[in-house]
Design a protein around this ligand. Structure first.
Ligand SMILES: *[C@@H]1O[C@H](CO)[C@@H](O)[C@H](O)[C@H]1NC(C)=O
Ligand SMILES: *[C@@H]1O[C@H](CO)[C@@H](O)[C@H](O)[C@H]1NC(C)=O
Length: 298
């Protein structure tokens, strides 16, 4: 009996200290770290589907959940990314590396963390419904943030690439206008930079990305919130067209390996998953547990 309970105690300690790889979550636009119907639930699903005691941290940008939500529209992306880089560097629970999972715009923001801040390392990076090539249209806005959405639309209409709007609006910083390609390359404060579109390429970006163990891209097949849907797989309109999508493996971001996609692909570390029949952020629970948590967050 004494042995059994002793082994039990060791087991519990083991599961705390030897628990699975920690997981960091970054929420999307108009959302916050911890709403029970949104990221709170996702966090619980990940906790339920990983080894007992696995550390799961849902990022809050700012001092409280209201700030966190407003910041999804108004805190410059590069500052948000730096804030997360600082956080991951100082949380001792992440020191040996972590898995990262980003939802919608949180997906491309976490990719920026992987490109700019390789220490501690991200092991598996999973993005669901991210806009890796930016967006050229917001047909709909996710719930609960109607006023912020309207403000966003007005600012984008005023001029996504004006300095004023670039400086204040998150969504302008990943606005990708294929009809004004050169302006986009020159002015985009975030997505153009992180996708290495400028004349001088930052080779560190591809090097850091190639260190991932897996990069998993998940697309909502029936996404009606962001355009084009293909951005979730790094595909986008050909410059000069707002209809024709350039296949990934013919796109300069891939052929020139500007962000490590080709290296990852050739090493069998790039995965593409599609959630058929799903609109933006409609994630079937069992599908998520089987295909994401069990496969990539252990
Ligand atoms: C997580 O597991 C607990 C215990 O089995 C369960 O009560 C809870 O509903 C699960 N959470 C989610 C979000 O499914
Ligand atoms: C490239 O990116 C890294 C990581 O963000 C940065 O430290 C470095 O200064 C950049 N190099 C150039 C030439 O911009």
């Amino acid at each position: 009996m004494r042995w059994v309970s002793l082994l039990g105690a060791i087991g519990v300690l083991g599961s705390v200290h030897g628990a699975g790889t920690p997981v960091v979550i970054w929420h999307g636009m108009g959302d916050s770290c911890c709403r029970p119907t949104s990221m709170g639930r996702i966090q619980e699903l990940i906790e339920n589907g990983t080894q007992p005691g696995t550390y799961v941290h849902s990022l809050m940008i700012g001092d409280n959940t209201l700030d966190d939500t407003i910041n999804t529209f108004l805190k410059p992306v590069n500052e948000q990314v730096q804030e997360v880089c600082d956080y991951v560097a100082q949380d001792p629970a992440l020191a040996d590396g972590y898995h990262a999972i980003g939802f919608s715009q949180g997906g491309q923001f976490l990719r920026a963390v992987a490109q700019r801040c390789p220490s501690p390392p991200i092991k598996n990076l999973v993005t669901l419904g991210a806009q890796h090539q930016g967006v050229y249209g917001f047909p709909r806005c996710p719930g609960e943030s109607v006023e912020l959405c309207n403000l966003m639309r007005e600012l984008l209409n005023y001029g996504a690439y004006t300095d004023l709007v670039q400086d204040i609006l998150v969504q302008a910083q990943y606005w990708h206008d294929p009809l004004h390609f050169e302006t986009y390359v020159e002015k985009s404060q975030f997505i153009g930079e992180i996708n290495n579109e400028g004349p001088v390429k930052n080779l560190t970006y591809a090097e850091n990305m190639a260190k991932l163990e897996k990069f998993v891209l998940i697309k909502f097949a029936e996404d009606r919130t962001v355009e084009p849907v293909e951005s979730q797989f790094f595909e986008f309109y050909q410059p000069g067209s707002e209809y024709d999508i350039l296949p990934l493996r013919e796109s300069p971001i891939y052929t020139e390996d500007r962000v490590g996609l080709k290296a990852l692909d050739l090493a069998g570390k790039l995965e593409f998953l599609t959630i058929e029949g799903s609109d933006h952020m409609q994630i079937p629970t069992q599908w998520f547990m089987d295909n994401v948590v069990a496969n990539f967050l252990q």
